[in-house]
Design a protein around this ligand. Structure first.
Ligand code: NAP
Length: 485
């Protein structure tokens, strides 16, 4: 029997992601027979009223999952609600009465609430004896605003929980392709000899979004792209691409190797920040042919704000494998297309026997696409059919939708199931989080002393021109900038 308690059960994340993920796990027979789901928030709701919200969330956001009316009804029958203000200790008494006191029974508490509420919730769970034994707590980002605040949150969490009870979620790690990266790197022999400074020219990791700040302008403006995307998702991808082979596939063996990469990231001084980082903010433009307003006119965003909605960084990893190989990182809102991609650009051939005008000589590259569709493409040179020699770029294409008919599991569902089963592999350990913030802190600090550094870019573009120059000065270019021929 497992009890799943969702703090913030009435919030945006719960309705769009967590409830649909839980429902999908239920429909696909992945929850145990006596599973119970309790939503918790301050709003006074009866069980029945909460079930109506859950039904709405399934209706609106779980269409892809399918499932019959009977399955929806059966899922709702497992569902209940507990009115809790995290700051009122007595409110937890009613929750305690609904949760089994048997410490061998699994309990998962998911904190889909603001970070200011994490500690009051965990403190009361602990004081009510609810985190003893087989109990785990999932915490959402953002975990802190800088290294100091992250450390404070971590040490407060650790005063009530063991590290192996804390599941710091980064939903990028739940993506199928991110796990495929482990398979690609550590279950194939031919890539490893090439996966280093001898053969790799540069690595690019780019996460571009077409959406703006939607309804979360106030939150986003206090956060910015560096904290919202780079500190967590991008650095997690860097650590997986760059890590050494772990000794086995246990969570701590993998996380030991990831944290070494984060610690090896070269820290920036103020001069490095001005030369190796670009930050931007979108102004009005058009995305997919439709006009969109500028960031400063978005709801909840102050009109003269200096918050960045775009970041590009030239990062370097100081270790034997990667010394001298730039890792170009980029993320932005209101960009030309929605895409999350890792590109390993291999070094050019030492000498070409083919003359100019015989086709593209862009070197080989491995492109791992996380979204919108998942794929791995290895771009090779081949001869175009016909007379004479004309080269073209041909992709060896691994299309996962075609290659396997297995059910696709969305990242929130996968991570929820991992947390329910006690698998920490795809969750972030406290030292990883700390190392990521330690690298981010000097960048934030330098930006706060440099009001002029924020560039403007047109919504629907690929960001400020300075982001292209960041690479061009080293003879490199972002994927979309190559002109073949
Ligand atoms: P939200 O829509 O504002 O929901 C917040 C939830 O917390 C509501 O259910 C609210 O219900 C509850 N809550 C607030 N104060 C409370 C208190 N004192 N005691 C108990 N419950 C309380 O926020 P959200 O967008 O869902 O985000 C939740 C967390 O996930 C945040 O940390 C956010 O940064 C993170 N996150 C969100 C997204 C996203 O796409 N939304 C993505 C990644 C991470 P009541 O007001 O009724 O109490």
């Amino acid at each position: 029997m497992t009890t799943f308690v969702l703090f913030g059960g009435t919030g945006d994340l719960a309705k769009r992601k967590i409830i649909p993920a839980l429902y999908s796990a239920f429909v696909n027979g992945r929850l145990d027979a006596e599973f119970t789901f309790i939503g918790a928030a301050r709003e006074a709701l009866s069980d029945e009223e909460f079930r109506l919200r859950v039904a709405n969330s399934i209706d609106t956001y779980a269409a892809k999952v399918g499932g019959s009316k009977e399955q929806v009804a059966a899922f709702l029958a497992l569902t209940g609600y507990s009115k809790i203000d995290a700051k009122i200790p007595e409110d937890f008494d009613a929750l305690k009465a609904r949760v089994s006191t048997d410490t061998s029974k699994a309990k998962l508490f998911y904190l889909a609430v603001g970070p200011d509420i994490f500690i009051p919730v965990v403190e009361q769970l602990s004081k009510h004896g609810l985190v003893e034994g087989n109990a785990r707590v999932v915490v959402e980002k953002p975990l802190g605003r800088d290294a100091k605040s992250a450390k404070e949150i971590n040490s407060a969490l650790r005063s009530y929980l063991n590290e192996n009870q804390i599941y710091r979620i980064d939903h990028y790690l739940g993506k199928e392709m991110v796990q495929n990266l482990f398979a690609l790197r550590f279950a194939n022999s031919f890539l490893e000899p090439l996966w280093n400074r001898k053969w790799v020219q540069d690595v690019q990791i780019s996460i571009s979004e077409q959406v703006g700040v939607e309804t979360r302008g106030d939150f986003y403006d206090k956060t910015g792209a560096l904290r919202d995307m780079v500190q967590n998702h991008l650095l997690q991808l860097v650590s997986i691409v760059a890590m050494e082979p772990p000794v086995n596939a246990n969570p701590d063996a993998i996380r030991d190797e990831k944290v070494k990469v984060l610690r090896a990231l070269r820290k920036f001084n103020a001069d490095d920040v001005s030369k190796k980082t670009v930050r931007g903010q979108y102004r009005a433009g058009a995305v997919d042919g439709k006009p969109v307003i500028g960031y400063q006119n978005e709801a909840g965003v102050p009109s003269a704000t200096r918050t960045e909605t775009f970041v590009a960084i030239k990062a370097e990893i100081d270790n034997w494998r990667w010394a001298g190989v730039p890792f170009y990182l980029r993320t932005g809102k209101r960009m030309a297309s929605r895409c999350a991609e890792i590109t390993i650009n291999f070094k050019p051939i030492p000498y070409s026997i083919f003359g100019k005008g015989q086709g593209p000589l862009r070197s080989n590259r491995l492109v791992i696409t996380l979204q919108p569709e998942e794929s791995v493409q290895l771009f090779m040179k081949a001869k175009e059919p016909g007379e004479g020699i004309r080269l073209s770029d041909v992709a060896l294409n691994l299309d996962f939708a075609e290659a396997s008919s297995s059910r696709r599991v969305e990242s929130y569902e996968r991570l929820l199931l991992d947390a329910l089963h006690g698998d920490l592999t795809l969750f972030v350990r406290d030292d990883e989080l700390g190392a990521a913030w330690e690298w981010i802190d000097p960048i934030m600090h330098a930006w706060s002393n440099d009001a002029e550094g924020l560039k403007s870019y047109i919504a629907g573009s690929w960001g400020p021109a300075a982001a292209s120059y960041l690479l061009a000065q080293h003879g490199a270019a972002w994927g979309e900038e190559y002109v073949e021929g």
